[in-house]
Design a protein around this ligand. Structure first.
Ligand code: SF4
Ligand code: SF4
Length: 380
């Protein structure tokens, strides 16, 4: 960890893009400030305390700093390592949230009880009331009709994705089948491990990764393993064993040989597209999402925010650090109010729930881009 941290030359080029630095212009809450903290903690020059935990915990893991860093410092990896050093200060709420969200059974229970208890309170109650909880019962194998099979892919469902975004999983399967791909959805796949890695529990994150590697290795020859949620995708892409096969669903569908097989019904509506930090900075999939959506005739597409701005959801930050998350969301909420779109589309379920909770009640439908694409798909 220290050798990676040493690559930071403290040039400060990353300050302008860091959302937490921009909020308060505090050097401590900048990428280089956090890296310096990780260095001091690793060398035992500083004792672990609640302040260290808060400084590292408030990083949104947006990785915008990595995108502009001339030294290619792996800031996300350093933040995961730093959080491991300060994990003794992690509060029970955060531990419980990570433990429950990353286990499907407990996640469902949390979602249901949370909905019942919080339905009267805003904004968490509003967020929970709007979320869809039921995971669809997906078959393990989906085969395209006809003999023109282009290939075979695996689908990574993700724990929060299968909990809150069943429509996107079903939509992804419909699009892939129409394009001529057989889709394998292994039942015994587990959480990607991002929540644990970002929560400082590297050991559990590694166990989850090994379990998923074994599951997809035994699923037969697969051209790619596709993920739906950009947060899961960004984590999976960082690990070579699964990473070499991993692709984001939209970057896969936007390839010419795939997209050319898909036709869509016209839709005379306006869509506001939110491009999550993980999609833009790590998966480099923003253009693929826009390219796919432009295939729907008549759909007016506008971006939900200025490129480079973070909505503040940041994994679990919107639940654990609501004041910071709400401040960062404000420009997006204003734009949503001004443009009054019919659809708000985002590849990250946390971002989508966070935006929806902050927006005034309106007619907009919030969904993953593949959900809208699947709705407009002309099926043969
Ligand atoms: S993280 Fe990169 S951009 Fe930021 S101060 Fe260090 S070297 Fe410069
Ligand atoms: S990952 Fe994002 S929030 Fe964290 S230090 Fe980098 S730019 Fe700032």
């Amino acid at each position: 960890m220290l050798s990676e941290a040493a690559r930071c030359v403290k040039c400060g080029l990353c300050l302008a893009v860091c959302p937490t630095y921009r909020l308060g212009a505090s050097e401590t809450r900048s990428p280089r400030g956090r890296i310096a903290l990780v260095q001091a903690l690793s060398r035992r020059q500083l004792a672990v305390d609640d302040y260290c935990y808060e400084v590292l915990g408030s990083c949104l893991m947006c990785r915008r700093c990595e995108a502009v860093c001339p030294s290619e410092v792996p800031v996300g990896q350093l933040m995961d390592g730093g959080r491991e050093l300060v994990r003794s200060r992690q509060g029970w709420k955060e531990r419980l949230l990570i433990a429950m969200l990353s286990r499907r059974f407990w996640g469902r229970l949390l979602a249901r009880t949370g909905r019942a208890v919080l339905s009267a309170s805003a904004p968490k109650g509003k967020m929970l009331a709007q979320a869809r909880f039921e995971a669809p019962a997906l078959d393990e194998m989906h085969c395209p009709g006809g003999s023109d099979v282009l290939g075979r892919v695996g689908l990574f469902t993700g724990c929060t994705g299968s909990l809150f975004d069943g429509a996107a999983l079903e939509g992804a399967i419909a699009l892939l089948l129409q394009a001529g791909y057989a889709v394998r959805v292994p039942r015994n796949q587990v959480c990607c491990g991002a929540l644990d890695a970002h929560g400082g529990n590297a050991a559990r994150a590694a166990r989850l990764l090994s379990a998923n590697q074994a599951v997809f290795a035994s699923a037969g020859e697969l051209e790619a393993v596709l993920s739906i949620a950009s947060g899961c995708g960004a984590h999976l892409a960082g690990y070579p064993a699964l990473g070499k096969k991993h692709r984001d669903i939209c970057t896969f569908l936007a390839q010419e040989q795939v997209i050319s097989r898909l036709r869509f019904r016209p839709l005379e509506k306006r869509a506001l597209v939110h491009l999550p930090c993980t999609l833009e900075n790590v998966l480099h999939g923003a253009e693929a999402v826009l390219r796919l959506l432009r295939r729907i005739p008549g759909l007016q597409i506008e971006e939900a925010g200025k490129r480079g701005d973070c909505c503040g959801a940041g994994g679990t930050a919107f639940l654990l650090r609501p004041a910071m998350a709400d401040s960062l969301r404000q420009p997006f909420v204003q734009r949503l109010g001004a443009l009054a779109p019919d659809y708000v589309l985002s590849s990250n379920v946390s971002c989508r729930l966070h935006l929806q909770a902050g927006a005034d009640a309106g007619a907009a439908s919030y969904m993953h881009p593949v959900t809208l694409l699947a709705r407009q798909l002309i099926r043969s």
